[in-house]
Ligand binder design. Structure first.
Ligand SMILES: Cc1cc2nc3c(=O)[nH]c(=O)nc-3n(C[C@H](O)[C@H](O)[C@H](O)COP(=O)(O)OP(=O)(O)OC[C@H]3O[C@@H](n4cnc5c(N)ncnc54)[C@H](O)[C@@H]3O)c2cc1C
Length: 1011
């Protein structure tokens, strides 16, 4: 709940000491106020805060205090959460919309969503047609552009210069930020760097003539640069990825060096902004290294909403003092709170941000105090100069009181606030003698939208101090109350801990595993140093067992005989005993997790993240099917008739033959094998010839976990002989296959032949290929679409049945998408999969290489090969596997071979279509129906896609690979498979025979239980 509440004045409303004195039992979510170690300091905080507030509230109404919030749109947004969500989503999509019709259509779509009530007047405009329609679109466009202009100072630095000069004249300094966040290609990064270089070169010249201003240009030790520039590292080097910490930092240092050297020469302060938590450690390390290598005036933003805030502050203070470097830290609470909270839960990772606003506020005060105490007193010593990035009078008051306590003048600390927000506060701070700097974003609408939406969210959030102070007019006591509290519980931690119960991805059984519902195994968080280091060590030491694919048909015979003989005992083993084997296997895999990933990397050439995902999925299959099977094998009573007892039960089918592929060499092999076993079948496992090593390790783990050896026979051998024999044998009851369409169809045909001596019809669980499409709609977020398509098309060299091989692009987005996907592909690193920075590793064998290359040639004749990434010399020899560089082919038409035939390699066909109707029609035109995706910000198009884009797994506004067990049950239809969903709740049904039993419980007209 929000900590600020209009209805409940804080106990500290009149006197800070009242916080300590209050003995009333706190509500659980309010916590207990921490006894003040320094009541005088708290009293001073209130004095300063009150002065600040009084000055600000007495000031003239400014953009945000009245005009912004009283703006009709914002006013309505604040009253109606559903309207706010849809309005902000529309604002986000707006820059991509090209015509008044598109604007009107999208707006109508957003505002007609269930539960949304448009403001009075707007509802009529929405229904309007003809000329009124385009008038309305124009009005809305004007409103949004106006909103953007409140927060963004101009389209480029030149455009913004008059704004900066006006600020300076008003007594405010600036920091210019060129809008644009994570870039998708090195070409884009280069363009950003060029713009920054231009800024660093030319801004000092432009501002040179401005009148001197002592307060803005000097701190307690000397000169403060007039030109202050803020940079976001993710936009400056496209290969920035925390998984490759060393490579990313090297790349960034190289990219930044010319900028920093120029900044040093021109006397410009360069501030490194802080972005998402995943980049935090990397940013800190990069910052320190840049400071050590180039003697520029350096600034760094640090976030107090992080639980690591105190440690981060200590780290920078300790480093600055040890190295004698003076740096500025802009302390902020943080701009990505919602993202961090949502993302952590999706990944199953600890949530990195505080979950209560007052915890962020308290951490902010602790960090501010630590920085102030480390403020250098002379030009010779190292330390941190604090720049306080906040609009919150309590936070500012606390830092100012600490500054006084340390005997430092106000010039030793700077206040920084955002352009377009709270002019009264800036004026008040300035009047109180602070150096105030505005953070001034400059740029175009499209890259600016993420920033604008963040500001809109911040200003309309119930947690916002500005809103509480200036819109809700909370009283001073509430606004200035101490945030320091202790709590008995932490909702953020509890939320993650309770995720299995909340999501209920499976039933829970007290005797299975930890007794809780299934939850997906969290992937490794490679932004953490210790995780990267132990993974790298495990890869180095992993050794692939040498397994010869020398099984013969005679071996197949013997394997089937063994499994057949073992079946009755397995069938009659209690279900919880069988489930326990899976849970134990999962535990062994978890213990050996990185080693297993290392084996996969070395045997199949999978890059780091993909190999980790493979192991997680194998663990998930074990844990998920163990729970599902227990529920499945519980006899189910049907109805409650007194004289008739109706039940259904399930029993295993017999001998299952598992034929697994090489592309998920552990996950899919494990999934099919354990699904068979947990249902009481016995199994003969024939792994892909390319990856028998990891399959053998899986088999060993199952035996170690307690699976009887004769219940699961491991039989590596050639598909044409051993596989063919296994599927045709009458003792085989079930075939679980994942692989190519050709082999899958052959198995289906062979299994349909039922000789006289075979007493059952074989069941085939069959997953085959795909020719998967992603539709890029007119309103798509191209930053996300380009990265989503690139990852889906080229992850593991496109060797996934779920991979994207067709991008179907609506014509208004086509040229931009094509240019960006080509440049983005150029940025990929083709390399050794054992190295963390490798995006694209080898393909599985020479046959695959030859076939993929043939398709690239076909692409050359059917369309235009826009890019085919070269493979570095010597790479094939050093890795020992063949390579094909990712290729993008444009100009492909629906009838071309590249639009229909499965390639199973890193080749993306780009197809232009007129509109969304045609996009759906082309997407549905292949015989495969496995995965598909749509990037669109038009709600009705997403709804249509759900109904009309007929594939087994449809993904909206994200990549189309990486299905998670229990969350995205996986499998297609058409020629992609027989519709079974691996990792889904119904999957095990394919491995059992259902039976119904009816007992007449009536004896001579009497049945027990009649009341
Ligand atoms: C000059 C300047 C530069 C900035 N640069 C950066 C930057 O580089 N990186 C960056 O991330 N941000 C940056 N910001 C944005 C900044 O993080 C937000 O504007 C700031 O958090 C708002 O804080 P406040 O003290 O003004 O307002 P307040 O209303 O006191 O605080 C709002 C903040 O509290 C936090 N919060 C909200 N709800 C909760 C909750 N339930 N639990 C815990 N915490 C919560 C969030 O951080 C939210 O932004 C910058 C801001 C300024 C002024």
């Amino acid at each position: 709940m929000p900590w600020f509440s209009k209805k409940r004045p804080s106990p500290s409303a009149t006197s800070p000491v009242a916080v300590v004195a209050s003995s009333a039992a706190p509500r659980r979510d309010e916590g207990r106020a921490i006894a003040l170690s320094d009541p005088a300091l708290e009293a001073r905080i209130h004095e300063i805060g009150t002065e600040f507030l009084d000055l600000a509230r007495g000031g003239k109404a400014g953009v945000l205090s009245t005009a912004f919030w009283s703006d009709k749109l914002m006013d309505w947004a604040m009253k109606d959460e559903a309207f706010k969500v849809q309005l902000f989503r529309f604002v986000d999509a707006f820059p991509m919309l090209r015509t008044p019709e598109q604007i009107h259509d999208h707006l109508v779509d957003y505002l007609s969503q269930p539960g949304v009530t448009p403001p009075p007047g707007m509802d009529l405009a929405i229904k309007a047609g003809g000329i009124a329609k385009s008038m309305f679109a124009k009005t809305m466009a004007g409103q949004i552009t106006g909103m953007a202009e409140k927060f963004i100072a101009g389209t480029d630095a030149k455009d913004a210069l008059p704004v900066l000069e006006k600020l300076w004249k008003k007594g405010l300094a600036f920091s210019v930020d060129l809008l644009g966040e994570a870039c998708v290609s090195e070409a884009e990064a280069e363009a950003y760097r060029a713009k920054y270089l231009d800024l660093i070169e030319n801004l000092p010249v432009a501002v040179d003539g401005w009148a001197a201003n002592e307060r803005l240009e000097r701190d307690h030790l000397g000169v403060v640069p007039r030109t202050n520039v803020s940079i976001k590292i993710s936009s400056l080097h496209a290969q920035t990825d925390p998984i490759d910490n060393v490579g990313s930092i090297d790349g960034l240092v190289a990219a930044l060096r010319p900028l920093l050297e120029r900044a040093r020469d021109k006397g410009v302060l360069v501030n490194f902004d802080m972005e998402q938590f995943a980049l935090k450690d990397l940013t800190l390390e990069l910052f320190m290294r840049c400071c050590e290598e180039v003697d520029f005036t350096a600034g760094l933003a640090m976030q107090a909403y992080l639980r690591s805030g105190d440690d981060d502050a200590r780290r920078i203070i300790e480093w600055s003092q040890r190295t004698g470097r003076q740096v500025t830290v802009r302390l902020v609470k943080g701009a990505y709170w919602d993202y961090e909270t949502i993302h952590a839960e999706e990944m199953g990772w600890p949530v990195p941000v505080w979950s209560r606003k007052c915890d962020s506020d308290a951490c902010f005060e602790r960090m501010a105090a630590a920085f102030i105490r480390s403020t250098p007193r002379t030009t010779e010593e190292g330390g941190v100069k604090l720049a306080l990035g906040s609009h919150n009078a309590r936070s500012i008051g606390a830092a100012t009181a600490e500054l006084e306590k340390q005997g430092l003048p106000r010039s030793a600390m700077e206040l920084q606030m955002l352009y377009g927000m709270a002019p009264e506060l800036k004026q008040a701070a300035s009047d109180m003698g602070f150096r105030v700097r505005e953070y001034v974003p400059v740029g175009e609408m499209i890259p600016g939208m993420a920033y604008l939406v963040r500001r809109l969210l911040e200003n309309t959030s119930n947690e916002s101090w500005l809103k509480a102070g200036f819109m809700d007019n909370a009283d001073a006591g509430t606004l200035l109350a101490s945030p320091h509290r202790t709590f008995d519980r932490d909702p953020g931690v509890e939320r993650i801990e309770a995720a299995p119960e909340r999501h209920a991805l499976s039933d829970a059984d007290p005797d299975v595993g930890d007794g809780r519902p299934f939850f997906t195994e969290p992937m490794r968080d490679f932004s953490r140093r210790e995780v990267r280091e132990s993974y790298a060590r495990a890869i180095e030491h992993a050794s692939v067992p040498s397994v010869a694919n020398d099984g013969t048909v005679e071996d197949a015979d013997r394997a089937l005989a063994t499994a057949h003989a073992a079946f009755p005992a397995c069938r009659d083993t209690p279900i919880r005993t069988r489930a326990a084997v899976l849970v134990k296997a999962a535990a062994i895999m978890r213990r050996r997790r990185d080693e297993l990933a290392g084996i996969i990397i070395k045997e199949s050439g999978k890059p780091w993240r993909e190999a980790d995902g493979d192991v997680c999925e194998a663990i998930d299959f074990c844990e998920f099917y163990a729970r599902e099977a227990v529920a499945l094998f519980e006899p189910q009573r049907l109805g409650r008739f007194v004289g008739e007892i109706d039940e259904t039960i399930h029993e295993p089918r017999g001998v299952a033959v598992v034929i697994s592929p090489w592309n998920f060499p552990l996950a899919i092999c494990t999934g099919m094998t354990v699904a068979s076993l947990v249902c009481g079948n016995t199994c003969v496992v024939k792994p892909a010839e390319q990856t028998p090593g990891i399959a053998k390790v899986m088999h060993d783990i199952l035996i170690e976990a307690g699976c009887p050896r004769e219940a699961c026979v491991f039989l590596p051998g050639p598909g044409e002989t051993v596989g063919a024999r296994l599927v045709r044998d009458p003792r085989t009851a079930l075939i679980a296959f994942t692989g190519s369409k050709a082999v899958g169809l052959d198995i289906l045909q062979a299994a349909g032949v039922t000789p006289e001596d075979q007493h059952h019809v074989k069941k085939v669980v069959c997953e085959m290929g795909g020719k998967n499409a992603v539709i890029i709609d007119a309103s798509a977020d191209l930053d996300e679409a380009v990265l989503g398509v690139r990852h889906s098309a080229f992850g593991f060299s496109g060797q996934k049945c779920s991979a994207c091989s067709r991008a179907i692009v609506v014509e208004t987005a086509y040229d931009t998408f094509l240019e960006r996907i080509v440049e983005s592909t150029r940025t990929l690193v083709v390399g050794d999969p054992r190295q963390p920075g490798t995006d694209v590793g080898p393909v599985i064998d020479h046959d695959a290489q030859r076939k993929i290359r043939e398709y690239i040639e076909i692409g050359r004749s059917e369309g235009r090969v826009e890019i085919e990434l070269p493979v570095p010399d010597g790479l094939e020899a050093s890795v020992g596997l063949p390579y094909v560089g990712p290729a993008v082919v444009s100009g492909i038409e629906p009838h071309h071979r590249l639009a229909h035939e499965e390639i199973f390699g890193p080749v993306l066909a780009v197809i232009k279509v007129k509109d969304f109707d045609e996009a759906l029609q082309v997407a549905n035109s292949t015989r495969y129906k496995l995965t598909g995706g749509v990037f669109s910000r038009k709600p009705s198009h997403l709804e249509r896609a759900k109904r009309e884009f007929r594939v087994g797994n449809l993904y909206l506004n994200r990549g189309i690979t990486g299905a998670l067990v229990g969350r995205q049950p996986f499998g297609g239809f058409g020629l992609s498979g027989v519709g079974t969903k691996a990792g889904g709740r119904g999957y095990l049904m394919h491995f059992v025979e259902p039976r119904a039993i009816t007992e007449n419980a009536m004896r001579r007209g009497f049945a027990p239980g009649l009341e």
